[in-house]
Design a protein around this ligand. Structure first.
Ligand code: ADP
Ligand code: MN
Length: 186
């Protein structure tokens, strides 16, 4: 099962994926690294120090990669970690963080003020969640605000385990719609 773990930068995708790989026999694909390693981009954006992902190339490369991974080991779960994951996977788990807390996390990471504000704003208008609704069949939302990486990983773990066992009725608390942060960014 391929599960997208998406969210605004700083919501915790990488930390949670690393922890789950340690805790469980699950694998994660760090899509942003893969895009750079395998040149799965159309353009280099010098000003933003980033690349423009080539979604077509990514969509054709990923099934090869996940097939290889599934053949190699008995991993039942592959987590696709990226703020672009919801463009690829049918199931998306969207990590959320209250924008002022997100800002603090991104400050610690040394992001520029411009980049911090851009991301806080995207989070406050539920941008990635809205995109996920456009592209995915199943969407779950995890609030990371005021919680630890371990607790957040526990939430993601619960969602995946319930999906694996077909007990989706246990996942009511992760149905999107309860967060409203539109007023949190001036
Ligand atoms: P992303 O991959 O989404 O950009 P990272 O995992 O790289 O996010 O960074 C998230 C940062 O926020 C880390 O420094 C992590 O320790 C911190 N953090 C604080 N609280 C949480 C939480 N509840 N869940 C995930 N990360 C958290
Ligand atoms: Mn990351």
């Amino acid at each position: 099962m391929l599960i997208g773990l998406t969210g605004t930068p700083g919501t915790g995708k990488t930390s949670v994926s690393k922890l789950l790989e340690k805790r469980r026999q699950w694998k994660a694909i760090y899509l942003n690294d893969l895009i750079k390693e395998e040149h799965l981009y159309t353009d280099v954006d010098e000003k933003r120090d980033s690349v423009v992902a080539d979604m077509e190339l990514i969509r054709s490369r990923l099934p090869e990669l996940t097939d290889e991974m599934e053949k190699k080991s008995a991993n039942k779960v592959i987590i696709l970690e990226s703020h672009l994951a919801h463009y690829i996977t049918d199931i998306a788990i969207v990590l959320r963080a209250y924008p002022p807390e997100l800002k603090t996390r991104l400050e610690k990471r040394g992001y520029s003020e411009e980049k911090i504000n851009e991301n806080a704003e995207a989070e406050s208008i539920d941008l990635i969640l809205a995109e996920a609704f456009e592209w995915c069949d199943k969407i779950f939302e995890v609030n990371t605000t005021g919680r630890t990486v371990e607790e957040t990983a526990g939430d993601v773990e619960k969602i995946i385990d319930s999906l694996l066992s077909g007990k989706e009725e246990e996942l009511q608390e992760y149905i999107p719609g309860s967060l409203d942060w539109i007023d949190s960014v001036p």
